[in-house]
Design a protein around this ligand. Structure first.
Ligand code: PMP
Length: 450
């Protein structure tokens, strides 16, 4: 399968795309793990869009649920009504949530969820008589969304720079990223505690009475390429948050809802947040939906205080979005697809190791479940990154598409840290033969690009 890269684009449109001059193929259909363009070319969706399409495309049970819901009720404003799909979905999410979570708040995507979680944290402290707690601590090399509040939380300087001053006072520390920050001779456990210590140091520097929340992705997605924290890091983070009365917000928009092999990624870190954001895989791309899962403590503060959460969107609790998410989550549970995520994740990790373990330009292969990152380096022995001007990620994306493969490359320079990686997040329904095809096509694309 060889398609000249120049034949992939189909010309300019009247849509303002992310890249002004993007010339993109027109997506015309999707079935299972594949997407098809208007010219009938098939692409294995090994990025699940952006870790969204967990159930693949065109799933008949989800589309049937959507049709049925459209026939019954498409929209009812939340100031007048609640609705059945939203109520059932909330019951399900709370039942499967980490300890302490008592309610779900539905929005239309990841940024809205992060935005709402930050406002919940702020209102929590206003309601409980501590309005001076306004600072947020987050991590460099993180992405929490593109709306102004979520953008303030994220550490991706390239995205933030031109929108300063940002709306929320956020202070960034390094993520837990053993490969980059572990010292020679330092054990993983010692490194994890040192990485968490940076949080305590920052809280003390700012003054504990001014800090509202610590926001973190359990497995760093788009900005770092599927980097999990070392064992012990998040339990220490939880202890530190509790010691200083700081709320822990875990952003599982990308790594959550089964992607890492457990329903929530934080289960593997043995930690429960005060607030958690989910989106992407929640609705599997069939409808835009996101949610904040909040703990009883936050709910009680609102209930005993003003009796309101001072927020709201026109499309919150959207019946179609909730019906789609319910259908997606029911199929995942019924077909035990998380077992497949774990099995195919192990297979993918093995195959990536075989293909790239000794590759001259691969620095690290990491991740959990079907959320894997492949890091690219100029020099394998020193791990020196490629020059950002090589625009490697754009080349890999193009070469992969030319081979009928969709992957999620990123890099260049993020937060002053140079490096490139490719993120893989295929649908949970992928089988071993398709995993093999993904690795083979990715290997060829990387070889062609570097
Ligand atoms: N948080 C994380 C961890 C994300 O990866 C993303 C999206 N990549 C967001 C928030 C924002 O989600 P959305 O694009 O749906 O607004």
């Amino acid at each position: 399968l060889q398609i000249a890269p120049s034949s992939i684009g189909e010309g300019m449109t009247h849509i303002l795309h992310r890249q002004i001059h993007a010339s993109l193929p027109v997506a015309a259909g999707g079935k299972g793990i594949e997407l098809f363009d208007r010219n009938g070319r098939a692409y294995i969706d090994a990025s699940g869009g952006a870790a969204v399409s967990c159930l693949g495309h065109g799933h008949p049970e989800v589309t049937a649920a959507l049709h049925a819901q459209a026939d019954k009720l498409a929209y009812a404003h939340t100031s007048f009504f609640t609705n059945e799909p939203a109520e059932t979905l909330a019951d399900k999410l709370v039942a499967g949530a980490p300890q302490g979570i008592s309610h779900a708040y539905f929005v239309s995507g990841g940024s809205e969820a992060v935005e709402a979680a930050i406002k919940m944290a702020r209102q929590f402290f206003v309601e409980t008589g501590k309005p001076e707690r306004r600072n947020v601590i987050a991590r460099r090399q993180s992405y929490h969304g593109n709306t102004l509040g979520a953008l303030a939380a994220g550490g991706n300087e390239w995205r933030r720079a031109q929108f300063r001053p940002l709306l929320i006072d956020t202070h960034h520390i390094d993520p837990c990223y053993a490969y980059r920050y572990q010292k020679a001779g330092e054990s993983e456990a010692a490194y994890g505690l040192r990485a968490a210590q940076a949080l305590e140091d920052k809280i003390l520097q700012l003054g504990p009475d001014t800090v509202m929340a610590f926001v973190a992705e359990p497995v760093v997605g788009a900005t770092a390429g599927a980097v999990p924290a070392v064992p012990g890091y998040f339990s220490r983070v939880r202890e530190i948050c509790d010691r200083y009365g700081v709320l822990l917000i875990l952003d599982e928009v990308m790594c959550g809802m089964g992607r890492t092999g457990t329903l929530h990624a934080c289960e593997q870190d043995g930690v429960a947040p005060d607030l958690m954001t989910i989106a992407k895989g929640l609705g599997g791309g069939y409808q835009p939906i996101g949610a904040v899962l909040l703990s009883r403590r936050i709910f009680d503060a609102f209930a005993e205080g003003s009796g309101f959460f001072q927020h709201g969107h026109t499309y919150m609790c959207h019946p179609m979005a909730c019906a789609a998410a319910l259908a997606v989550q029911e199929v995942i549970a019924r077909d035990d697809l998380l077992a497949n995520v774990r099995a195919m994740g192990a297979h993918l990790s093995r195959r990536l190791g075989e293909r790239f373990g000794k590759h001259a330009h691969i620095g690290e292969i990491r991740g959990r479940g079907l959320f894997m990152g492949v890091e690219l380096v100029e020099d394998r022995s020193t791990k020196a990154p490629f020059e950002p001007k090589r625009k490697l990620n754009a080349k890999i994306k193009r070469e992969a598409m030319a081979r009928g493969l969709l992957v999620y490359p990123a890099g260049g320079t993020i937060d002053g840290v140079r490096g490139d990686h490719v993120l893989l997040a295929p649908p949970f329904i992928i089988d071993a033969a398709a995993v093999d095809a993904v690795v083979e096509r990715l290997g060829d694309a990387i070889d062609a690009a570097v």
